[in-house]
Write a protein that binds this ligand. Structure first.
Ligand SMILES: C[S@@+](CC[C@H](N)C(=O)[O-])C[C@H]1O[C@@H](n2cnc3c(N)ncnc32)[C@H](O)[C@@H]1O
Length: 210
């Protein structure tokens, strides 16, 4: 589905401003387009990179990594000494991602884990500077519950698709839309978080843990 939160002409103008990506990211974007793989794309990729750079995040956990496109944006921005956990339920995705990580020169700092991202986060010891969530949308409230205690104080919890092509505005029956609606309510009612929902692409919520 084409995501148009912003006016289509504004979106076209804005995407036209983005600098060209390197050969690896370009190839991943082409593969995602061809095979309908829902990656964050370059605008949100840049936002993730900027959040990592301004927060100085080094220990990062990603829930729902697919072919590793967003992982590469996170890993490149995190620089030396970083540790980024890639997690996805599909082993074929992980295999593709590993090949891209090697080509992108970031394989050394990425820990690849296959399985349920929520369970993997529970099982991975230590605290994180930044957690990025992009799993199935009905799991967003549970993902938030599990992620919050695993973030260091001042750390960032970033979540994609929080406007869900505008479907969040409707009375919804499907589990995905309901999951996002509940997630949005919880973040804005939480006393432990300072959230900002940015209407970039399909909506990205950035929460700082207080
Ligand atoms: C939207 S895609 C992730 C895209 C990726 N973040 C990017 O922008 O490059 C969602 C991925 O999460 C995986 N997924 C969904 N729910 C999951 C879960 N609970 N545990 C592990 N993987 C999950 C799917 O297999 C899919 O590959």
């Amino acid at each position: 589905m084409k995501i148009t939160i912003t006016d289509a002409r504004v979106e076209k103008y804005f995407y036209g401003l983005l600098p060209a990506r390197d050969a690896v990211l370009k190839e991943m974007e082409a593969l995602a387009r061809k095979n309908d793989i829902p990656i964050v794309g370059p605008a949100v990729g840049r936002l993730l990179a900027m959040l990592v750079m301004i927060s100085g995040a080094k220990r990062i956990f990603e829930m729902g990594s697919a072919i590793g496109y967003s992982t590469i944006w996170l890993a490149r921005a995190a620089g030396r000494g970083a540790e980024i956990f890639y997690t996805d339920g599909n082993p074929a995705n992980a295999e593709k991602a590993c090949a891209y990580f090697r080509r992108a020169g970031v394989a050394g700092k990425i820990r690849v884990r296959v399985g349920d991202s929520l369970k993997l986060l529970r099982r991975t010891p230590g605290r994180f500077d930044l957690i990025f969530m992009d799993v199935d949308k009905h799991q967003y409230p549970a993902g938030l519950r599990i992620a919050l205690p695993r973030l260091r104080s001042g750390g960032l919890f970033v979540t994609d698709n929080t406007l869900w092509s505008g479907r969040v505005t409707r009375k919804a029956k499907d589990a995905a839309t309901r999951g996002i609606q509940e997630f949005n309510r919880r973040t804005y009612h939480s006393k432990a978080l300072f959230p900002v929902l940015i209407p970039l692409r399909d909506g990205v919520t950035v929460c700082q843990k207080l």
